[in-house]
Design a binder for this molecule. Sequence first.
Ligand code: FAD
Ligand code: THG
Length: 826
Amino acid sequence: MTVQPKVVIVGAGIVGCALSDELTARGWTDVTVLEQGPLFATGGSSSHAPGLVFQTNASKTMTEFASYTVRKYSDLTLDGQWCFRRVGGLEVATTPERLAELKRKHGLATSWGVQGSLLDPDQCATLHPLLDREQVLGGLHVPTDGLAKAVRAGEAQARRAIGRGARFLPHHTVTGFESAGGRVTAVVTDRGSFPADVVVSCAGFWGPRIGRMAGLTVPLVPLAHQYARTTPVPALAGHTTEQLEASKPILRHQDRDLYYREHGDRIGIGSYAHRPMPVDLDDVAPPALPQAPQTPQQPPQQMPSMLPFTEEDFAQPWADSQALLPALTRAKVEEGFNGIFSFTSDGFPLLGEAPELRGFWVAEAVWVTHSAGVARAMAEWLVEGTPRTDVHECDLNRFEPVQLAPAYVHRRSCQNFVEVYDIIHPLQPMEEPRPLRVSPFHSRQRELGAFFLEASGWERPHWYETNRDLPEVAAVPGRGAWASRYWSPIAGAEALATRERVAMYDMTALKRLEVTGPGSLALLQYLTTNQLERPVGSVTYTLMLDETGGVRSDLTVARLGPERFQIGANGPLDLDWITRHLPGDGTVQVRDTTAGTCCIGLWGPLARDLVQPLTDADFSHKGFGYFKARQAHLGNVPVTAMRLSYVGELGWELYTTADCGPKLWDTLWEAGQPLGVVAAGRSAFNSLRLEKGYRSWGTDLTAEHNPYEAGLGFAVRMEKGDFVGRHALLGLTEQTVPRRLACLLLDDPQAVVMGREPVYLDGAPAGYVTSAAYGYSIGASIAYAWLPGAAAEPGTRVTVEYFGEQLPATVTEEPLFDPKMTRLRC
Ligand code: FAD
Ligand code: THG
């Protein structure tokens, strides 16, 4: 590719416009934006978005995208007109559950650096005098939230881009792409084709159609959403001007799935209270023609993204609105429409490069709220090679194949519409479609009364009801209502039984990749940080970094043959990353073996007593050392055994092919009966791994963090030769990094938190919790948290905000359990 690549952006909505600005600002100025409609009210979702920007989100990344949007658009004007007004955001609670949720949300805002405050009903009513004070139990106020003018902000950014050399071509409908050697080379439109090195599809809800032209599945669903405006509200007369539009905070009434803003003296009402209304792209009207008449007498052609208002769906929302804002009883619904925008199966946008067509990127399913932040991350990704914000939650390639089934995408995306304002527990799975993927142990687990939650499509036992009679259950302390959801004291008994006896954990959902071929060692050496040039039979814990030294994943790599490696990975993005780095000469193959295989983690002090009688192979400490792998037979079952343990106990991960799964389960189960073996679930697992200090990628650390900050410097061998990210680590040490992942113990052992809570140092927010659990063997409540380097020293006193309460905690030496590794190396 040339130094100055030819970029074509599809779509001049807010995302395409923002991206053109961010790219040209970074020196990529050969940018052409192709838009099927007119500029800049193109007819897409941005053309009529009411532009409410509420920044707070459970995701740190999404919150940061929103905060950047606020900062950027606040400084933008178009011909002297504002693009963003910080009128503030007010979310009100009318139920006790929502009031608690707002406290939790205040915590999230604080964790991600957004300032907000909890208000009592009087304060809410003062801030927004239209509110019926009697209905409101409290509110969350974020002063920097506000209103974005999407079309204006789009045009303002486009003008800056045009000033740097970009061009915007309206009435150009993209109809296809040309490619050569797996790379995109041109964009075809109804008015000729445009050569391109890089294409970014910013086509909003048309994304799936554009994707199809490029052979790519874009898993989003266009859904209609109701927005209405009232007639003038007498109580608002004189409060603001047509030009300023609003004088009060934007408002959310989530208990009724509604939101509000002012339009001068009218109120705009958005409703998620209706049934999901998916839209077939084939039914969407074509864009406006170039010469479409636009006179006051003849209104512009209806925009493709606007469908007729279905009044019957708005009856209840209107009644609910009049109840919350009694002044509305003196107004009417004057106009409304059902506007189309994108939903995805997990609520996150779709960002990244197509797996099979190099140079073809997407940035879709993006709200106005996140538009500038997304555009900045995309521009960094394209120009610098790595986005500076961790985007793994948004990565286009994050899905498992089952999650790309049209039926799945449809069902889950519609459900996300339904749940958009619901109070969702961090562990709460969607109910449908389930089950999707089950391990070969599923029928055994059901017999044992497994309580299943879902991850990456897999049904995973969290605990087993048949363990209710374990003597340890009685000793497990209770916990608060929120932390008790998707939890049972049985999990505690399973954890204790693991430490005392032996337990079977279904590890099938752990992603397994097989890397083979003469170039496999060299590739893995280049892609990861630890020394992999070790004898066959070695297992190594290692990290994949990006070019900036951020941790993309932590892996175990087992060398099963001179040119054959089995990788224990974290998800589809690991496969995607390795695939992207395969040498072109065909000397390395990579394959996802997860679905055809299965795994039981057999862990506990009696693990060896259980397994040794089943096999001729030597499973003694001398014969089968820690972090070694070998093939063996256990009874009738051929296994690959790896001696490692994420729960920190003696034992093995035992892999076999899926067909032999039930036999493996039964063999271990029967042999374990005299030893008191238990089946144990993820809930116990998570507690045990935190006692042991083992990080979980994606939760405790992401690409935002380098290995030293994350306490994983031990897995980096700087002297082994070059590897991706090495240059970025030069000069860094665990002692000198500005922030660190620290282990906290809460003073009150009954106070179990969930993760993402803010941590305060000397009364000021200083970091946030990543993972938390009660440690059953140590009898204390654990929380891992990011803190400034200096504060991460043992002994530092902090507080963790949980539902508005400040829970005292102390930074503690880690790991909390078995720091000398006596239980593993024996
Ligand atoms: P769009 O604005 O749809 O732009 C995509 C562009 O691609 C379009 O201009 C389209 O014409 C063009 N295009 C498509 N196909 C082709 C082709 N083949 N060739 C050339 N060009 C093509 N978000 C918020 O943050 N806050 C809100 O308050 C808010 N309220 C909303 C209310 C309603 C009623 C609706 C419908 C949406 C709302 N949204 C809100 C969501 C928000 O509007 C969208 O998420 C956002 O505007 C999407 O921007 P975009 O640039 O990705 O898509
Ligand atoms: N098993 C296997 N692969 C995996 C995981 C697993 N890959 C993804 C994820 N889990 C990786 N995470 C860890 C974290 C810690 C350890 C193993 C996998 C671990 N660490 C020891 C320690 O830190 O003391 C040993 C490290 C070392 O000796 O280098 O065991 O669960 N297969």
